[in-house]
Design a protein around this ligand. Structure first.
Ligand code: SF4
Length: 251
């Protein structure tokens, strides 16, 4: 993220209390792929892409869109660090057991840890499953960087469906499922979801929100709803200070 004083911006931008912010135009730092810093894994969800899917939220995002619903996933500290090979085995086993059709990678910013996620995505592909990836970077920039960045090239090559571009809260997308704002793209990088993408661009679709209430009272939320709808859904759970923690909401 770059803070600019000039009104002439090279890319998409949002506004925050810090001023105008250019988003997703700085090449992410290359990180080793032997470990992954991650936040949450769901073996099965119907709210994070086509069909029933596993979902993996990574920890760390260098794009930092103002209004992002997952600011707790921005810091490149925290979360859990594990060996990528161990995670790939575990997540594929859980996905196959759950009978899902693929995995969705989101966060956080997947391309900030492209090498590790490419390994996990390759493991899903090898098991006959599909891969969907969310990113705050534009596909055109990722493709440009991929010429000298094998990690980015590998993750792009292992992705069937890409949601790209930063979240702009001033441009909410109320038509297409899974996307936060109208500037974002939904890209079929392989034939796996080409028909689905064409249908969505033609007809739109519905978002889903999943709420899980655990025995200890913690509430986990994933999927998409605007802030007002989420507040309405949760208002009966008690005074704000007594509410269970919500986490890992997709932005
Ligand atoms: S919307 Fe996505 S890319 Fe933007 S700050 Fe949030 S996690 Fe990062």
């Amino acid at each position: 993220m770059t803070l600019l004083a000039s009104p002439r911006l090279r890319g998409e931008h949002g506004t925050s209390e810090l001023g105008t912010v250019e988003l997703g135009t700085v090449e992410p730092v290359e990180r080793p792929g032997d470990t992954l810093r991650w936040s949450r894994f769901l073996p099965s969800t119907a709210a994070e892409g086509p069909g029933l899917r596993s979902a993996l939220w990574v920890q760390g995002c260098s794009v930092r869109c103002p209004g992002c619903f997952n600011p707790h996933l921005w810091a490149a500290i925290g979360g859990t660090i594990d060996r990528t090979a161990d995670l790939a085995d575990r997540f594929v086993t859980d996905a196959v057991t759950a009978g899902v059709e693929g995995i969705t990678l989101l966060g956080g910013e997947p391309f900030d840890q492209a090498a590790a996620l490419a390994t996990i995505a390759d493991a899903f592909r090898a098991a006959g499953l599909t891969v969907m990836t969310f990113t705050g970077y534009r596909l055109e920039l990722l493709t440009e960087w991929a010429a000298t960045r094998p990690d980015i090239a590998r993750l792009l090559a292992a992705t069937d469906l890409l949601i790209d571009g930063p979240y702009l809260r001033a441009q909410p997308d109320a038509v297409r499922p899974w996307l936060g704002s109208t500037n974002q793209g939904i890209r079929a990088l392989t034939p796996a979801y080409a028909d689905e993408v064409a249908r969505i661009e033609r007809e739109g679709g519905l978002d889903r929100l999943e709420i899980r209430i655990h025995p200890d009272g913690q509430v986990d939320v994933n999927g998409w709803a605007d802030a007002a709808a989420l507040e309405e859904l949760l208002h009966d759970l008690g005074p704000r200070q007594d509410r269970p923690t919500t986490k890992a909401r997709r932005a």
